[in-house]
Design a protein around this ligand. Structure first.
Ligand SMILES: Cc1cc2nc3c(=O)[nH]c(=O)nc-3n(C[C@H](O)[C@H](O)[C@H](O)COP(=O)(O)OP(=O)(O)OC[C@H]3O[C@@H](n4cnc5c(N)ncnc54)[C@H](O)[C@@H]3O)c2cc1C
Length: 487
């Protein structure tokens, strides 16, 4: 199977974290004819959900952490990503790459730590594994246990004392079982995408945006062969020829490439956003300089699975629910059901619809961890379903499509891939160039299927009868401020 030369045309479909990172890596490696297509008008919407974007990467903020339990491939990948985030901060500050509408005084990555909390008496095995693996890999004292005097002192020396108990649990006499990953923090997702877009353009990558010229319609195949891909046709009917095509369409990928059946599926997470007024004492307390990103009861089923952030520069405080991974199965043209993301362009549900279970879990968390929000009468500003691309084993999917030449897929973020944005493109290009394919990470990302005796991390394709299908769960519609009764 041929590998493209530096002058060959390469097409990337999708300008989210995977597509942008791939474009950057190709340009940095000397590929001179790279074009990225995306159906969204990102130059206008600036990757902001509030300005009309809708994609996993088009978000306010994302967690960065290197704490990965026993999964050292992601621990190491995260460290690579964190170095990249720091370099992007420096590059922005230097003025070398400043996206339109942004200034060199802005920050993309806040290294303010990521705090994992559980309502158990002890840290869970996952957190214990993280500590052990960090120590083994020369990263001792990066993981700090709340309440451990030595660790509290290390946090203080690192300027992260605020991050050990940001919800002031101990002051309220509540149990606080938590582990701070002092290497982690928050990345501002929309700004990161704008930075990567600007940087890729400056290196010569071409971008075609919009629902006609930028939207993928079909793959072009060599006449007489169904297995050799020669580029794509876009919605406007134009044929774009390429030696190599990379599909990186996030949650849309499984419906565009049905070969992913059983390997990847689009699932919904729920996001609730509060708006903190500048006049509130919470405004300063929740400033990203004073507050970490956090997770709560991530491995504790439907009643847990929350994560959150400091407020952003508009006062928006985002809390996400991932305790249940919802689906939206719909019959496709081949007669099979696949989960289809509900986005701002969908006609089926109001955009702000989320499951009652998600709202209840967030309500309970706010009551117990941030009662000041209630005391000040700060209500929900908006809600949003946000679509992930889950693989059955939670590993990424970065590989050539089997039995097909000239076509690769980069997807399967499974809720944790944004943090790799500065570096994942290099790995994707390595796979394209077939560089060192025996590395454990690359092997984990290969095309695969669930083995007969394998226990999936994510159960996929349960269909419309499954109890995670949105059609089978209670939903809350159109939540806005005071209009919502407490559930
Ligand atoms: C709610 C939520 C919270 C998350 N939190 C975190 C976190 O805290 N930390 C972390 O590391 N990761 C997190 N993730 C995961 C991370 O956001 C994703 O792994 C990553 O953003 C996926 O990027 P992507 O490029 O695969 O997909 P996307 O960002 O969805 O991009 C896909 C692109 O493909 C385009 N596209 C689709 N169809 C077509 C078509 N037919 N033609 C042209 N273009 C098309 C879309 O317009 C879109 O721009 C989270 C994900 C979600 C949903």
């Amino acid at each position: 199977m041929a590998t493209p030369t530096k002058n060959d045309a390469i097409i990337i479909v999708g300008a989210g974290a995977f597509g942008l990172s791939t474009a950057l890596a190709l340009a940095e490696r000397g590929y001179v004819n790279v074009t990225v297509f995306d159906k969204q008008l990102y130059d206008e919407t600036q990757y902001s959900y509030f300005k009309g974007s809708d994609a996993a990467s088009a978000d306010i903020n994302k967690i960065v952490r290197a704490a990965y339990g026993g999964q050292t491939i992601y621990q190491e990948l995260s460290f690579e990503g964190i170095e990249g985030w720091k370099a992007w901060n420096d590059e922005l500050a230097s003025g070398r790459v400043v996206p339109p509408g942004m200034s060199s005084a802005e920050t993309i990555f806040y290294p303010h730590g990521n705090l994992v909390m559980t309502d158990t008496e002890e840290l869970l095995p996952f957190e214990r594994d993280t500590i052990a693996n960090m120590e083994r890999s020369g990263n001792k004292d990066t993981q700090l246990i709340a309440g451990d005097a030595r660790h509290e002192e290390i946090a203080r020396q690192k300027g992260l004392a605020f991050a050990m108990d940001p919800f002031r649990r101990r002051a309220r006499g509540q149990r606080h079982t938590a582990l701070l990953d002092s290497t982690g923090g928050t990345v501002l997702a929309d700004k990161a995408c704008r930075f990567a877009l600007c940087k890729a353009r400056s290196l010569g990558v071409k971008f075609v945006f919009g629902p006609a010229a930028g939207a993928f319609l079909s793959l072009n195949r060599t006449p007489g062969s169904i297995n050799r891909i020669l580029g794509i046709t876009t919605q406007d009917g134009k044929v774009h020829t390429a030696a190599f095509t990379i599909i990186a369409c996030g949650c849309w990928t499984p419906t565009l490439l049905p070969q992913l059946d059983g390997l990847c599926e689009a699932t919904a997470g729920s996001v609730v956003i509060f708006k903190i007024p500048k006049s509130s004492p919470l405004y300063d307390r929740l400033d990203p300089e004073n507050f970490p990103s956090w997770q709560w009861n991530m491995r504790r089923g439907a009643e847990g699975g929350l994560y959150g952030f400091p407020r952003d520069s508009n006062g928006l405080l985002k809390i996400g629910y991932r305790g249940t991974k919802y689906t939206n199965p719909k019959v496709q043209s081949d007669g099979k059901e696949r989960s289809v993301p509900i986005t701002r362009w969908s006609k089926s549900e109001p955009l702000t619809t989320i499951p009652v279970q998600a709202m209840k879990t967030i309500d309970r968390f706010v009551d117990s961890h941030l009662p000041e929000l209630r005391a000040e009468g700060i209500n929900v500003e908006t809600t949003r379903a946000c679509w992930y691309t889950d693989s059955y084993d939670n590993h990424l999917v970065i590989d050539r499509v089997p039995d097909t030449e000239g076509l690769m897929v980069a997807t399967g973020g499974s809720g944790h891939a944004f943090k790799y944005m500065p570096c994942i493109g290099k790995w994707i290009v390595d796979v394209m160039e077939r560089v060192d394919l025996n590395r454990p990470a690359i092997k984990a990302w290969q095309w695969r299927s669930l083995k007969a005796n394998e226990q999936p991390f994510n159960v996929l394709m349960e269909g419309s009868k499954g109890n995670r299908a949105l059609g089978n769960v209670s939903l809350v519609h159109g939540i806005k401020g005071q209009e919502r009764a407490r559930l």
